[in-house]
Design a protein around this ligand. Sequence first.
Ligand code: AMP
Length: 359
Amino acid sequence: MSAPSVATIGILGGGQLGRMLALAAAKLGLSTRVLCPDPRSPAFEVARDHVVADYDDEAALARFAEGVDVVTYEFENVPAATAAFLAARVPVRPGLGALEVAQDRLSEKTFLNGLGIPTAPFRAVDDLAQLRLALAELGYPAVLKTRRFGYDGKGQAKIARPEDAETALAAMKGHAAILEGWVPFAREVSILTARALDGSLASFDVPENEHRDHILKFSRVPAHIRPATAEAARAIGERVATALDYVGVLAVELFVVEDETGERLVANEIAPRVHNSGHWTETACVVSQFEAHLRCVAGLPLASLARHSDVVMENLIGDEAARAPAILAEAGAALHLYGKHETRPGRKMGHVNRIRPRA
Ligand code: AMP
């Protein structure tokens, strides 16, 4: 691997993920410039400089690209035109192909199935007639989701009976949708895989993820899965990263289904970025997901992503951040607050990693 020529990283998006990427960059002696439309972005406080602008403001994008050696992003909904505009000026890592696949649930599931990775059965749905047909094929319950721009359960409607179809379709607000058959999962896990510039791969241990109100609440490592299931998860992450010619950290959210043959994995979605279910790596690994991502995009060696501790990550959502003083008084608890200026219900304000020696 050649000597690093990257000194400044441009980050699209100024939320908590951008903030944690900027902090990890600083630790590696790298500077960061963040672009985000929100003038009070959490990442701005810890980056060398920033640009407040919309993602389609080409003059601002040109200013942002000037003097950065590589651009990365903290969210998958970077508009394709933005990524293309920047890619004409500076390397964008991960590349545009990953964004294209992950931005649309239909192309994402088609891509996964094409790699031999199972997903929920799915059908594209643009109108009520198609929805009724898809429900007849996939059965009940089913989940209708917008193809694009959904997160934390937004843009989703469960359909338990035929009578729910119309209301569910109305909830898509005219956006193209996808119907998914119900996956009777026993637990949810994810795999976080890093792929370096030279194509080498490494994955973190598998976290088990618990959601409340569609928002991640806990990630626990180790997960309660069989070693063969963990190995299968790793193989999925590495197959996806390689097929996308990916550079950086990606997450694949997975359902664990238990049946008479044991455990099998069903992929739900790909996040082409660092991921909330990897925040535990900050405290329980020598190299965190944020540092791993930066090592990849900056062309540095990946080394090992091994875990030295057992850990439970708890998201602090809304006014739960007020528990900070009590958490600070706990031994073995690593608190991370995102410096958000406003507390809102459902908003991720921080997290805490509670570690203990590996069992
Ligand atoms: P998503 O926005 O696709 O990540 O879905 C949010 C959550 O809804 C998942 O973490 C699951 O708990 C649940 N969910 C989504 N799709 C399905 C499905 N096809 N079957 C069962 N549960 C689902």
